[in-house]
Design a protein around this ligand. Structure first.
Ligand code: FPP
Length: 257
């Protein structure tokens, strides 16, 4: 995807979508992928089948985001609260995650996508870390898009960790407490290298943030869709991007017109 010809093909892909303005694409899209369990229940399947279908939707949306030229995509794949789910479901999700990383390894490199992870990565099973860390290293110099998986992630835990780091630095005399500002806080979060999300999408009809990127989403535009995550597809993603492009973002200021 690095050749001029493929970049032209990407541009054509964007332009052929009526109503989508390449200049107004969000830089960073964050997604709460919800509804796998309900999708499975409706079909009398077990919850893991829903997560399996959900992993297919992840593949589709990663490819679409890359082709559209979105530079950062962050997916809430496993929260700190998700550890409380039945053991079999947690293991099933970890197996799916490992399979996803194995199957996408080559595609990420070929498409110049850097893999990033945020959350308490040390809590993940070794079998997941053994593939996650190498893929992160192998894709470290990829530039076209950063795909961040939030794994064992919780925003409050992230904020607590940030506060501890800042307090320790102040105690050690390395940081003047009076100099602490918003940038200091952002620089001590997992997302220090990412722009704040421009757009949050949550599927399944729930309208809450569920402990996801609480600091980072102060000015994020939000779109909630009733679609269950396994049914979320490229067409709906593009429709939501169009909705985003019609939003007026003022970041607390007044309309200049
Ligand atoms: C929420 O649905 C979804 C999750 C807790 C996990 C998300 C996981 C995937 C999409 C698949 C694996 C991920 C990757 C990156 C390959 P839910 O189970 O809470 O659904 P429900 O609210 O309908 O029960």
């Amino acid at each position: 995807m690095n050749s001029d010809a493929s970049i032209d093909a990407e541009a054509a892909f964007v332009l052929e979508k009526p109503g989508l303005n390449p200049a107004l694409l969000p830089r960073h899209v964050a997604i709460i992928m919800d509804g796998n369990g309900r999708w499975a229940k409706k079909r009398l399947l077990n919850r893991i089948s829903g997560h399996e279908k959900g992993a297919d939707a992840v593949r589709t949306i990663v490819r679409t985001a890359r082709r559209l030229g979105i530079s950062a995509l962050t997916l809430y794949a496993f929260s700190t609260e998700n550890w409380q789910r039945p053991k079999a479901e947690v293991s099933g999700l970890m197996i799916l995650l490992r399979r996803f990383l194995e199957s996408e390894r080559k595609t990420l490199i070929e498409n110049d996508i850097r893999l990033n992870a945020i959350g308490q990565i040390h809590r993940l099973p070794e079998s997941v870390r053994n593939i996650l860390v190498p893929v992160m290293h192998e894709t470290a110099s990829c530039k076209a898009m950063v795909l961040t998986l939030a794994l064992s992630y919780g925003a409050r835990a992230e904020i607590v960790q940030m506060a501890k780091m800042i307090a320790s630095a102040a105690k050690a005399g390395a940081l003047d407490p009076d100099a602490v500002d918003e940038k200091t806080i952002s620089d001590h979060l997992y997302t220090r290298d990412l722009p704040d999300p421009d757009l949050l999408i949550r599927t399944s009809g729930e309208m809450r943030l569920s402990n996801f990127l609480l600091w980072q989403m102060a000015y994020t535009e939000m779109v909630f869709t009733p679609t269950l995550w396994p049914d979320f597809d490229e067409a709906e993603f593009i429709t939501i991007l169009k909705t985003y492009q019609h939003r007026e973002r003022r970041f607390g200021a007044v309309d200049p017109s």
